[in-house]
Design a protein around this ligand. Structure first.
Ligand code: SAM
Length: 252
């Protein structure tokens, strides 16, 4: 019960308004659906409001936060309240289990990943590689604290340890990404100055507010006087950027 309560609490607070700020990036949705091709029964763990959830297959969603569950579309797949660490399913119930942008929030990531392995033959995970995110300009030049925090979270290394991984590919973020996660607005730095935009990026919620305020002041100055543009000139011609997200396929 402790894990369930603690997991629900976080997103019951930061998940308010999530569905209005966070939408599916079509290129990611296509990559995730492609990775799940051939699976007819799927468990979506940490499903949130249902973004990136394939529509076609027989799918069950699992999510601890009532606030997130309440934001699922009326026609979304059936969802149950629960946590990755204690999946209420028999062994090998599903063809595939999918976990998207959620493993780093789990209380016991390795325990949860083992549960995914137990209930599903294949696992598809979207997570991040902290070595790559650390090179993103926001971390590198303004908020190294984000990187420190991300390195302490579960990420690619845990997934590689816990699962039988056979493929890892970068999920690049297109210039016009429609989702609102941290890193989505790499091409429009002024977006980070907007507290409403920052509220949908859970990484910010975990930082010390004065540190964020100082970093945003510095960013605003650098945007105004052209320092940001000069320092990031190589981004100007890019259609997409690798900010560290990885699509991982595991199992059989
Ligand atoms: C950033 S959201 C991602 C939601 C959805 N997968 C998506 O891509 O839009 C992270 C989700 O993980 C959920 N979560 C947190 N702890 C969890 C746990 N122990 N087990 C399962 N899900 C958890 C949160 O409640 C939240 O809905």
């Amino acid at each position: 019960l402790g894990v369930a309560r603690a997991s629900a609490d976080r997103y019951d607070t930061i998940g308010v308004g999530y569905a209005s700020r966070r939408r599916e990036e079509p290129s990611w949705a296509a990559a995730i659906s492609g990775a799940l091709e051939g699976s007819t029964s799927i468990l979506n763990v940490g499903a949130g409001s249902g973004n990136y959830e394939p529509r076609a297959a027989r799918l069950v969603a699992l999510e601890p936060s009532a606030t997130m569950l309440a934001q699922r579309a009326r026609d979304a797949a059936p969802a149950i309240q629960g946590v990755a660490e204690q999946l209420p399913f028999d062994d090998a119930t599903f063809d595939a289990a999918v976990a998207i942008l959620t493993v780093h929030h789990w209380i016991d990531p390795v325990g949860g990943l083992n549960e995914l392995r137990r209930v599903a033959r294949r696992q598809v995970i979207v997570t991040f590689d902290p070595a790559t995110t650390a090179r993103f300009w926001l971390h590198r030049d303004y908020l190294p604290e984000l990187g420190v925090h991300e390195r302490s979270q579960s990420s690619l290394a845990d997934v590689l340890d816990a699962l039988e991984v056979h493929d890892v590919c970068a999920l690049e973020v297109p210039r016009d990404c429609v989702d609102g996660f941290l890193g989505a607005t790499w091409a429009t730095p002024a977006t980070y100055l907007d507290p409403v935009a920052r509220a949908s990026m859970s990484g910010f919620a975990l930082l010390d507010p004065p540190a964020v305020a100082r970093a945003m002041d510095a960013l605003a100055r650098d945007i105004d006087d052209g320092t940001w543009a000069a320092r990031n000139a190589e981004l100007l011609d890019r259609d997409s950027l690798d900010v560290g997200f990885r699509l991982v396929k595991a199992g059989h």
